[in-house]
Design a protein around this ligand. Structure first.
Ligand SMILES: [Zn+2]
Length: 174
C-alpha cells in the first residue's frame, strides 16, 4: 500500500476480535516492520525489490521481531492499559502474531502491487488484481472505521462490566 496506516484497519479489527490469541501491538507493528524496506528500497535499488513483502522472508523477519520484542512486553502492557485494553501475552503468542501480521500485510500488498512476490522464490503473484486498487483502499478504510467502532465498544463494555461488578459488591456488602 502507498501508506502503512491503511494496514492498521484490517489488522486492528482482526487483532481486536481475536485478542485472546493475537498480540495486538505485535500484530500492528508487523506492518511497520514490513514497510521499513519501502523507505530504503527506492534509494538503494534500481529495480523495486520487495524482500520483506513475501510470506517467507516477511514472516521470518516479523517472527524475529516478536522474539526481540519479548523483553519489552511490559511496555506493551502499559501501552494497552493507556488505551484501556487488557493485555495478556506469551512468547509463542507474540511470534504467531508477528508472522500472521506479516502475512496479512503481504497478502493485501500483493493484491495492490503487481511486483510483490508473495510466494518468493516463486515469482508469480496470484493475488494481483483480485480487487482493484480503489477497492483495496476502500476496504482498508472501512476496516479502520470498524476497528475504531469495535475498540469503543470493547472499552465501553469492559467499563460497564466493571461498574456492574462494583455495584454488585456494594449491594452484597450492605
Ligand atoms: Zn507494504
Amino acid at each position: 500500500m502507498p501508506f502503512t496506516p491503511y494496514h492498521f484497519g484490517p489488522n486492528g479489527f482482526v487483532g481486536l476480535v481475536f485478542r485472546r490469541w493475537i498480540d495486538l501491538p505485535i500484530f500492528l507493528l508487523a506492518n511497520v516492520i514490513i514497510d521499513i524496506e519501502v523507505l530504503f528500497a527506492d534509494g538503494w535499488a534500481v529495480h523495486r525489490q520487495w524482500h520483506f513483502h513475501t510470506f517467507l522472508v516477511g514472516g521470518a523477519v516479523c517472527a524475529v521481531f516478536a522474539v526481540t520484542a519479548w523483553p519489552a512486553r511490559h511496555l506493551f502492557e502499559k501501552l494497552m492499559q493507556s488505551f484501556h485494553l487488557s493485555y495478556e501475552t506469551g512468547l509463542w503468542k507474540m511470534v504467531f502474531s508477528g508472522i500472521l501480521g506479516a502475512w496479512f500485510h503481504v497478502f493485501i500488498d500483493a493484491i495492490y502491487h503487481y511486483d510483490v512476490q508473495p510466494f518468493w522464490p516463486r515469482p508469480k503473484n496470484p493475488f494481483w488484481r483480485l480487487l482493484n486498487q480503489g477497492q483495496v483502499k476502500a476496504i482498508c478504510l472501512a476496516f479502520i472505521v470498524a476497528a475504531v467502532a469495535l475498540y469503543l465498544y470493547t472499552v465501553i463494555k469492559a467499563k460497564a462490566v466493571r461498574c456492574g461488578a462494583q455495584s454488585n459488591r456494594e449491594s452484597t456488602s450492605e
